[in-house]
Design a binder for this molecule. Structure first.
Ligand SMILES: [Zn+2]
Ligand SMILES: [Zn+2]
Length: 653
């Protein structure tokens, strides 16, 4: 695969200079549990400190990261005068002794030598400061180049007014800089429920609840439009990365509150000193809160970036998307969490809470072959019930299923078995089913790990009690057979094995239309032509026909059809995160993300409107019937007792 460009992966989501957009992504490691990103970019052009900072902040904001490590490597010809000046500015930050001597310096690059023409002397000081080593090390690291450094021009000290050195504030840290929880606010700010969507689709700006300072200006500016010319800012954003540090000052203990906030065009970082006794005043500042901030915008020499010093702050009401469908709502029976091998982004708790808030009565958690999300899901339900709510988690997996009854797979290696592998949804109905599922998962990991944990049909047949089996996505046995135009009897035989048949929104399978024009592939060894399976999928209409076929088979067999979303992220806006996860794993089509977010009842009804009246049966009635079949008291992790199978299955992840 050709290396992806920065613009391919981040393009519309991260605004940055053309030079950054044109970088190739050499490495991209996103850890969704820790929310950290480690990215290496290769550039033909030097990227200045200001651009790097901007990029860093934009990535933090768009991906809600806790930390982001960006490494730039450059082509040799990117080393120019501007790059030299920028690197020197960077060294100067750490070495105040150099301040001033490089003012107006000129750089000449010839045959691996950087000639520096000084204007204000200081050669002696520079050579004794370790400058040359630092400079050469940075060039080695970023340009993979060994250089020499020479000086000419005004080498001896001249009488001059040295620019003032702003020494970093001396901060004596007390113990480990651990974040204390801000104290509880004096009066919790509560907003009235609102229905209408705000203009920006995210937050209401018309009812700011001021909690710090006097009076607040609501004439906000987009963060992306804030420049170094601005001295005052008025911006709104979602708070993240909140940190409180206690330091000792001459006048006793003081807290430094640092936090970032983002309006999703960019992010800003704010910090402020605050008396530990007055922490209650800033209690509304916590991760996930939306705030409006008026403050000064100044360059922090110590941090080497612009910081906001808040003067007035108000809490804003966030727009909550609701499932406004009248009457019974849908139930999602196919949901991946961030425990699914690296390609899903939402935590089980987030999914459970969202479904509950929307008035869905249940949600199924179906990670690929693993059960690691169960404790988190169970914890979320427990909290809901504790608060007097009613909700049900349906525990399940999306198994890698191989039908070893109708296919002879003896003696096949992992690669050959992969051809028979299909996705399959297994839901737990009761405690017997839970035990059987644990046995199946353990067996798949311990005895049948063939590149993936394989669930054999022969095993499932003996352990099927208490389980409900669904036909899964386009990689399911049935859907694959339909795409491959298998004869009717075979389709009926396959469909008959399942308790319910799944259909999914067109967007989930739109990639087939894109791929229909791809050339056939050739087997590298044998030269045999591997025909493009999607050749005939030239429009959405063909995908609709696949779903119509599923319904036809279900009707013949008297099986329920269930519309599922194959959820991989919670919000529409999270698709960028999935894109990066997939790019990091080297997938070619990461740029075409299917809309695999948790959908409201009306969104889902819309997706299946071509079934007319029956859409409600597939989207609402049947999923609810299946949810009703599931026992309420299936608790996957008895308090303080972790089933050993979970630990066993962890070994292979
Ligand atoms: Zn699947
Ligand atoms: Zn799936």
């Amino acid at each position: 695969m050709a290396k992806a460009l920065f613009s391919d992966i981040f393009g519309a989501n991260i605004s940055s200079s053309n030079a950054v957009q044109a970088c190739t992504v050499e490495h991209c490691g996103l850890n969704m549990e820790e929310r950290t990103l480690d990215i290496t970019l290769k550039s033909e052009n030097y990227i200045t400190a200001e651009e790097r900072n901007k990029l860093h902040n934009a990535l933090l904001a768009a991906l809600r990261l806790n930390s982001c490590e960006i490494t730039f490597i450059y082509a040799e010809n990117a080393l120019n005068s501007a790059a030299c000046a920028d690197i020197i500015a960077e060294i100067k930050v750490k070495n105040a002794a150099l301040n001033g001597y490089f003012n107006g310096a000129e750089f000449k690059l010839t045959d691996g030598n950087v000639g520096i023409t000084l204007k204000y002397g200081g050669y002696e000081k520079i050579t004794h400061s370790g400058f040359e080593n630092a400079f050469r090390a940075i060039i080695r690291e970023r340009f993979n180049m060994e250089i020499t450094v020479s000086f000419d021009g005004q080498l001896d000290a001249v009488e001059m007014e040295m620019p003032k050195v702003t020494a970093p504030e001396h901060i004596e840290r007390k113990q480990a800089p651990k974040a204390d929880k801000p104290a509880a606010p004096k009066n919790e700010i509560k907003f009235e429920k609102r229905e209408e969507k705000p203009d920006n689709g995210i937050v209401y700006l018309d009812n700011p609840q001021i909690f710090y300072g006097r009076g607040i200006n609501t004439n906000t500016k987009k963060m992306i439009e804030v420049t170094s010319e601005d001295t005052e800012i008025c911006c709104w954003g979602e708070v993240f990365g909140t940190e409180v540090r206690t330091i000792n000052t001459k006048r006793g203990e003081s807290n430094i509150l640092t936090f970032s906030f983002s309006d999703y065009t960019n992010s800003l970082t704010a910090n402020m000193f605050i008396d530990p006794k007055r922490m209650g005043e800033v209690a509304p500042i916590k991760d996930g809160a939306f705030v409006l901030i008026n403050g000064t915008y100044e360059f922090d020499n110590y941090k080497n970036e612009f910081r906001v010093k808040p003067k007035a702050m108000a809490l804003l009401q966030k727009y909550e998307e609701t499932d406004s469908h009248e009457g019974e709502k849908r139930v999602e029976l196919h949901c991946h969490t961030n425990m699914s091998a690296k390609d899903a982004v939402s935590s089980a708790a987030d999914i459970v809470n969202q479904a509950y808030k929307w008035g869905h009565k249940a949600v199924a958690i179906t990670d690929h072959g693993v059960v690691q999300a169960y404790p988190a899901a169970a914890g979320a339900v427990k909290a809901i019930r504790k608060g007097g709510g009613q909700f049900k988690v349906i525990y399940g997996v999306e198994a890698y299923f191989v039908d070893d009854i109708n296919n002879d797979i003896s003696g096949l290696n992992a690669k050959q078995i992969a051809k028979y592998r299909c996705h399959q949804i297994i839901l737990v109905k009761n405690l017997t089913g839970l035990k059987n599922l644990y046995k199946l998962v353990s067996d798949a990991h311990l005895n049948n790990f063939k590149g993936r944990p394989i669930t054999l049909r022969s095993k499932l047949d003996t352990l099927r009690e208490g389980l409900v089996i669904g036909s899964a996505c386009e990689q399911g046995e049935l859907y694959k057979a339909i795409v491959d135009e298998k004869p009717e009897e075979e389709l009926l035989r396959i469909a008959d094995y399942y308790d319910y048949l799944e259909i999914q929104p067109l967007g989930n399978n739109e990639f087939m239309v894109r791929e229909s024009s791809y050339p056939d592939k050739k087997d590298k060894k044998t030269g045999a032509v591997i025909p493009n399976r999607f050749r005939k999928v030239t429009s959405d209409e063909v995908i609709k026909d696949f779903n119509r076929k599923v319904v036809e088979l279900a009707d013949k067999l008297g099986k329920p059809v269930v519309a599922t979303g194959d959820v991989h992220f919670l919000k529409k806006s999270d698709d960028i995160i999935r894109k990066i996860l997939m790019a990091g794993q080297g997938f070619d089509d990461f740029d075409n993300q299917a809309p695999l977010y948790l959908k409201t009842t009306d969104e889902m009804l819309n997706d299946f409107d071509y079934f007319g009246e029956r859409a409600k049966e597939f989207v609402i009635d049947n999923p609810n019937k299946i949810a009703d079949m599931i026992d309420d008291d299936v608790i996957p992790v008895p308090d303080g007792n972790y089933p050993p199978v979970i630990e066993l299955s962890l070994i292979h992840i």
